[in-house]
Design a protein around this ligand. Structure first.
Ligand SMILES: Cc1ncc(COP(=O)(O)O)c(C=O)c1O
Length: 396
């Protein structure tokens, strides 16, 4: 192996290569058949139009010629932005956040890196629940910690007994993600409470266990008025989130960390998070976006657009015979593959010019992820192919 790059990075690149391979296969398929004839459900790139409030705020901010607006600022972000986000969070989580508990970051991804670095010692364990967002492994390992992967139950709710059994003296955190990428599952209030209860059995001042809620899909829900959260049941909770999905501005990298109002050692934790935002090289979240968010912290994209896509795709999948827990939130359907080998079925789909991601990539073999953040017409046109693929493997 070449010595040009670090050994760990070379290994990580190998592990991540399935995404590159999928991307390559998709690219070849599009070159062969024309991009419009390939039904690409492989990417979680939110495609709803950002809300009008966002464009209005953006125009206002862009027109402002005051000299200091584009300079460095405190590493945690502008006060007015943190205040606006705290107000939004207080309404959304039904508890009181103040501006000091919010740190503006480079997306939820940047936030997760900052949090992992702030809390993990080398060799610490961070629990994640499969199916899971595969980037977690990198964030955890970049902080020198070890990912402990547990399976969620058949409904994709946290398996509390599995978590209880996995807690050790090295457990430093658990990352939960509801609504979930890739399953679309929303944790029930009972799950949230049980999760908090089981962590309470081991958490202590000497060996604190953080609950990290990765919540970027929180407001993209279809069947409920409000997404339950463990936040109010467990003080040592840290939220990481962003406006990537719910305002549909993923490319702008506007995110934040918010710590639970009663988190122990709050000032120390916030100082550590702020310093890491700087020393990891993010320095601060982009000034322009912070000014925009300060003006529209409650803005929300058209969730009905995604609901329509979900209904169209999921009703059809069920009708064709796919086994599926209908997603209650987020942007993905996660059906069982009709073949036990999810990779083999994804290859069958590819023959029908449909691109999906095997569940193995999310730590849950036997499933596949179909992202429905695409034009409605793409789903409509892909339905015959989704039907043909299942009929082909069932010998229909
Ligand atoms: C579960 C989950 N967490 C975090 C992220 C990172 O989002 P961002 O950094 O754009 O806020 C994503 C993006 O797809 C995600 O699906």
């Amino acid at each position: 192996m070449s010595n040009a790059i670090a050994t760990k990075v070379a290994t990580d690149m190998q592990a991540a290569s399935f995404i590159r391979e999928m991307f390559e296969k998709g690219r070849r398929l599009k070159a062969e058949h024309g991009a419009e004839n390939v039904f690409d459900f492989s990417l979680g790139n939110p495609n709803a139009t950002p809300p009008e409030a966002y464009f209005k705020a953006l125009a206002e901010v862009a027109a402002d010629r005051q000299p200091a607006l584009h300079r460095y600022m405190p590493n945690a972000g502008f006060d007015e932005t943190r205040q606006a986000v705290a107000g939004f969070l207080s309404r959304e989580y039904r508890t009181t956040f103040d501006a000091a508990s919010v740190i503006m970051t480079n997306g939820a991804a940047g936030a997760l890196n900052v949090v992992m670095r702030a809390i993990c010692n080398p060799g610490d364990e961070v629990i994640t629940l499969a199916p899971y967002f595969p980037e977690y492994r990198f964030y955890i390992e970049q902080a020198g910690a070890k990912m402990v992967l547990l399976q969620a139950d058949d409904e994709f709710q946290p398996d509390i007994e599995a978590i209880r059994a996995a807690l050790t003296d090295r457990t430093r955190a658990i990352i939960v993600n509801t609504p979930n990428n890739p399953s679309g599952t929303v944790y029930t209030d009972a799950s949230c409470r049980a999760l908090a209860d089981v962590l309470c059995t081991r958490d202590s001042a000497e060996q604190p266990i953080y609950l990290v809620c990765d919540d970027p899909y929180r407001r993209i829900i279809y069947d409920l008025d409000w997404c339950p959260t463990p936040l109010t049941h467990y003080a040592r909770t840290i939220i990481v989130s962003s406006y990537s999905k719910d305002v549909s501005i993923a490319g702008e990298r506007a995110g934040y960390i918010a710590v639970q109002p009663d988190v122990p050692d709050r000032a120390l934790l916030l100082n550590a998070l702020t310093m890491l935002n700087r020393t990891l090289g993010f320095v601060n979240a982009a000034a322009l976006m912070q000014r925009v968010i300060a003006r529209c912290a409650d803005a929300l994209c058209d969730v009905d657009f995604y609901r329509g896509n979900r209904d169209l795709m999921c009703n059809a999948l069920l009708e064709f015979g796919y086994e599926l827990n209908v997603p209650q939130g987020a942007l993905y359907a996660f059906p069982k593959t009709p073949l036990p080998d999810d990779g083999a079925f994804v290859d069958v789909l590819m023959k029908h010019r449909v691109l999906a991601v095997p569940g193995s990539g999310f730590g849950r073999p036997g499933y596949m992820r179909l992202a429905f953040c695409v034009d409605r017409a793409t789903i409509e046109r892909a339905l015959p192919a989704l039907r043909a693929a299942i009929e082909e493997v069932r010998g229909g």
